[in-house]
Design a protein around this ligand. Sequence first.
Ligand SMILES: C[S@@+](CC[C@H](N)C(=O)[O-])C[C@H]1O[C@@H](n2cnc3c(N)ncnc32)[C@H](O)[C@@H]1O
Length: 252
Amino acid sequence: MTDIDMREAWNQTGPTYQAIHRIPTDSAHYGPFCPNESELNLLGDVRGKHILEVGCGGGQCSIAVARQGAIATGIDLSDAQIAFARDLAARHRVPVIFHQGSAESLPMIQDQSQDIVFSAYALHYVRDLDACLAEAARVLVTGGLFVCSLDHPFRDCFWDQAEDEDTPYPAYSYFQRGALEWTFAETGVRMCSYHRTVGDWVDALHRAGLRLERILEPEPVGVDESTWRESYPIENVRRVPQTIIFVARKGR
Ligand SMILES: C[S@@+](CC[C@H](N)C(=O)[O-])C[C@H]1O[C@@H](n2cnc3c(N)ncnc32)[C@H](O)[C@@H]1O
């Protein structure tokens, strides 16, 4: 169990995160070194679709789909991220609704009101994954699409280099589930994310009634130009999958 207050942690880190990473607003993105939605085309034609983005951060993906004609709503734990998102949407003159809240409980979203639930690089921060996926399934229409990207669980094993010859490499076991505490390099803020194996994710999706259609593990793109370059060990980026994307559909 961690005592890190993640709402506060992201309130402290959000402004720096936004300043460093100029996340696009013309296409939804899936994370560091990952092809974006304009290349992967996982959401399809979003015009007229109700799309809920969970862990929306600065709102760029919600804004991107709204610019393409979707009716977008974004939810994030961090007040600072939501404030940034509201300001960014106003500057783009797109009508996205943003709420502060946790992915584990979405009382502001009606049952079966969303065609797509989308999340980029956020759900590995969620402690109660079953509650989160149950909420995603509740708000989706039958047959609705669930698309989420996150840190690839295999990448977790390579976060720290072994500090001495006695420490095995990789330093973390793929099989050690649970809270992983680490420091956000650019702000010094302590963070906590949750390690689950790929199999754990597949099982959790099925428990929620979300039928898995695809798993994507994209090879890195744009490594040399990326703003994420400073915070990642680049040789690992080239050899170890950084992002995993799950595509699932709410069953009948
Ligand atoms: C790495 S950022 C990604 C944000 C955005 N999707 C992007 O791609 O820029 C992770 C986000 O998840 C949010 N977050 C963490 N735990 C959350 C939770 N339980 N519910 C909703 N959002 C959460 C954080 O506040 C942060 O904005």
